[in-house]
Design a protein around this ligand. Sequence first.
Ligand code: PBG
Length: 323
Amino acid sequence: MNIRPRRNRKSAAIRNMVEETQLGVQHLIYPIFLKDGVGIKEEVSSLPNNFRWSIDQLISEIESCLKLGITTYDIFPAVDEKLKDKTATYSYASDNFYLNAIRKLKETFPEICIMSDVAMDPYSSDGHDGLVENGKILNDETLPILVEMSLAQAQAGVDIIGPSDMMDGRVGVIREALDAQGYSDTSIMSYTAKYASAFYGPFRDALNSAPKSGDKKTYQMNPANKREALLEAQLDFEEGADFLMVKPALCYLDIIHVLRENFSIPITAYNVSGECAMIHAAAQNGWLDYDRAVMETLLSIRRAGADGILTYFAKDFATIIKK
Ligand code: PBG
């Protein structure tokens, strides 16, 4: 044997030298659930270590996350059922609690980067990402609502708008509206290849945002499709997206890889709630080592080609690498 790959694994020094993939806290975006009120810190039962926060509590949480080096946060409001309606008007009501909270966060921590979600589901009485009429999800009629929501979020100080709705053409109309209103510096991270997945359950528990009827298969992608992800990516790129996101991450590492090979803008991946819950559940049973499983999971997403990763493990990861 003149070639022995094990020689390059014989010590930590050599292993570290030849390590191909870097993973640091700078690559992570931390999704946070927000709730109206004061003094609230409620754990999401299907998503251990993740909470619904009221803004006063969230401020001290972000202080501790900043000490761990987490700089980017994606804010998801849990909206009271009473405030939901057919057209998701609460999503852009200018004095609503989540826009006020975003303003407060930007004022308190000017250095942080805030991402937001654009889709109707958390504000819609139908629980769908778009406008529902006779059981159909209307595309073009949804676009102006997404635009209103995006403008309200940009005005509140959001740095990265995250359209997660999968309506056709939304990145283009959002980009145009942002530019027309003077928000040309506001970025768009498009949920480009977002699949109709079984892994969103704990998130929908956290926000009580599951569809009231039907499913999301007429707008979210079929898990069987890969070429279609290239089409979605091409459209979002041409419409002006700054980042292309794949969601979920783990069952779709090949999609992350193919977008990375075909596009020059940053690729991100959403390590979704169900993926996080699975690891927690197994670790709680003593079936696998939580810290190692978290590291390996996030590393695999980076290795597949993601520049950034949205993950509920962000704080635990940052804590693990500190020790
Ligand atoms: C809203 C949205 C969802 C997620 C992010 N934004 C739920 C859905 O599309 O049903 C899921 C995130 C997760 O599961 O962690 N459209």
